[in-house]
Design a protein around this ligand. Structure first.
Ligand SMILES: [Zn+2]
Length: 67
């Protein structure tokens, strides 16, 4: 039951880049503290620690939050 040619075709969307989404930085959570989140990231494996630093990575055991 197909009748090609009778259905109106939707207008093609213009291919324009979204300039508002070109930021290379990840979106920061509203009301959060990105600085603290960075301190929670394990330098060895990149996992996020569950506890506030200084602590140890629950994945690889490396110290987190220490310089
Ligand atoms: Zn780790």
């Amino acid at each position: 039951m197909t009748s090609p040619g009778t259905a109106p075709q939707p207008a093609p969307e213009p291919d324009r880049p979204d300039r508002s989404n070109r930021s290379t930085e990840p979106p920061e959570p509203a009301g959060g503290e990105p600085a603290c989140l960075l301190a929670l990231v394990c330098a060895e494996c990149g996992a996020l620690a569950e506890q506030a630093p200084p602590t140890r990575c629950r994945r690889c055991g490396a110290p987190v939050g220490r310089d």
